[in-house]
Design a protein around this ligand. Sequence first.
Ligand code: CP
Length: 317
Amino acid sequence: MRSFIGRDILSLKDFSRDEFFRVFQVADDLRPFARDRRNTDLLKEKTLLTAFYQPSTRTRLSTEAAMHRLGGHVLGFSDSKMTRAGDFYQESIKDTFHMLEYYADVIAIRHHQQGAPHEAARWSSVPVINCGDGWGEHPTQVLTDLYTILLEKGTLDGLTFVLVGDMRMRTMHSMLYSLSQFDSRAIVVGPPQMSLQPEFKADLDLMSVDYREAGDVRDVIGEADVIYMEPVVQADYTQSRVERGAETGKTPPQYQVTRELIRDKGKRSSIVLHSLPRMDELTPDVDETRHQRYWAEAFNGVALRMALLSLVLGRAE
Ligand code: CP
């Protein structure tokens, strides 16, 4: 297994099975601090910089919360319009990260351009963590999702995942790449205009990911151990910011999960994950069922990001 020390976390495409479990093991070790709302001093001499060029509630704040739990320092921006990258100068990723590397020991970036974190990592000598890049990938979210499934199911093998939503979405890409490392299969359900892109399908075939496409969640939910959701009424993730219009549209029933649907057609043991935020694809009545795990995901996201920060900063090996 490769060392995590000093490593950029840009994609789950190159994560080995052992590496997934190493991250989950460290998350288990650090989880008690988050659970008991305690801080430790593991990273007291380290600084995290969050460079978010796109809105975020969970990813930025849970990464910052993780650093605080570990006793580290945090600085950064959550509105690139107030930096030189977002004003008249449109400062490049290269110039920006050449400087940011001197301000911190690890950098977490979210960007609307696919590949921006990879470009940032070229110009930064400190580890760069991809917190979502355009339609590309969202590694820390999907590590959180897999960790949640492992805690709930005790395994990541032998499961059927039904992925529902916009298949251009970065979480869907990271999730499907990850499944190459587990003996589990996926059924993907999304509108034709939001289906998996050909180059992405080619990757999945090369990686021997076991998946098939379906047109309606109502036809396949009965097979699901894990129901993994994203909106289809969706912002354009290639934009730095999208305001909601007067008309947002409704999610068609083919891509919607409700309490009634799970009760009538789902497995009693199935769990529902959603990286959030949601629109109407996941109705609030599911919140009250034993199937929902998205609030557990939110908590696990702190422990998981504590693990990643500790690993890349060399305090967990
Ligand atoms: N799941 C997720 O990425 O949420 P945020 O956009 O709020 O960070």
